[in-house]
Design a protein around this ligand. Sequence first.
Ligand SMILES: C[N+](C)(C)CCCC[C@H](N)C(=O)O
Length: 293
Amino acid sequence: MQAQTMSVEEFVAGWISGAVGLVLGHPFDTVKVRLQTQTTYRGIADCMVRIYRHESLLGFFKGMSFPIASIAVVNAVLFGVYSNTLLLLTATSHQERRVQPPSYMHIFLAGCTGGFLQAYCLAPFDLIKVRLQNQTEPRAQPGSPRPRYQGPMHCAASIFREEGPRGLFRGAWALTLRDTPTVGIYFITYEGLCHQYTPEGQNPSSATVLVAGGFAGIASWVAATPLDVIKSRMQMDGLRRKVYRGVLDCMVSSVQQEGLGVFFRGLTINSARAFPVNAVTFLSYEYLLRWWG
Ligand SMILES: C[N+](C)(C)CCCC[C@H](N)C(=O)O
C-alpha cells in the first residue's frame, strides 16, 4: 500500500468488520434503546424477559435490516475517514504506522473527523432503527393491531410524509455531538492499548486486538452514553406530539423529571454490548488489512 494515495482497502475493511459486530450486538442494542426511552421496564432482565415473552426472539432483532444495509456506508466512512485523515496528517500508511506510531493528538483529531462525518451518514438510519426498536407489538397475527411502521422502508416513507425531509434527520445534532469527541476517544484507546502491549514495530497479536478493541468500545460508549440518551429521546420526539425544543431543552427536562441518573440509562447494557462488538470489529478490520496489505 502506498502512502499519500487514498486507500480503498480501509473503507472496505471498515464495512465488513462493522457488519460482523453489528449482528452480534443488536439484541443488546434493542434492550438499551427501550430502557432509554420507555419507562415501563424495571431493568435489563425485566426488559429481556418481557421482549422474549411478548415478541419472541425476533423482538430482539427489530430494526436490524437497515443498519445492516447502511453499515457499509457508515463504518466505511468511520474507518476510512479516520485512516485517510491520519495519512494526511502523518504521511504514513496503516503498516508504516506500526514502526512510526502517530502522536495521540493526530489520532484524536483523525478520530473526531471520522466521527463527525459518519454521524451525518448514520443519522437517518439510526432514527429508523430506534423507531422500529421501540415498537412493542408482537409479529403480526391475524386480528392483532398493526404496528405503526410496517418495516424500514415504510418507516422512512412515513417519517418523510408526516415530519418532512428534515424529519429524517431528527436527533442528528445530538448524534454529531455524541460521536465527534467519542470516536476520538475510541481510536486513542485502541491505538494506545495496542501500542502498550505490542513489541516495537510488530503487528499486535489477535488477543491484543480483541482486548484493545473491546476496551475502546467500552471507553467510547461510557463517554457517549449521556448524549446517547438525549439522542434517542430526540429521535422518539415528534411521534405523537413534540415535547422538546432542542438538545438543551431535552437535557434539562430529562434531568428535572428523572434526576442526573438519566444520563446513565443503558450504560451497563451498552458496555456489555460494546466489548464483544468492538473486539470483533477491530479484529476483522486488522485481519482484512493485513490480508490485503
Ligand atoms: C458511538 N461511539 C463513538 C461511542 C462508538 C463508536 C463505535 C461504533 C461501533 N460500531 C459500535 O456500535 O459500538
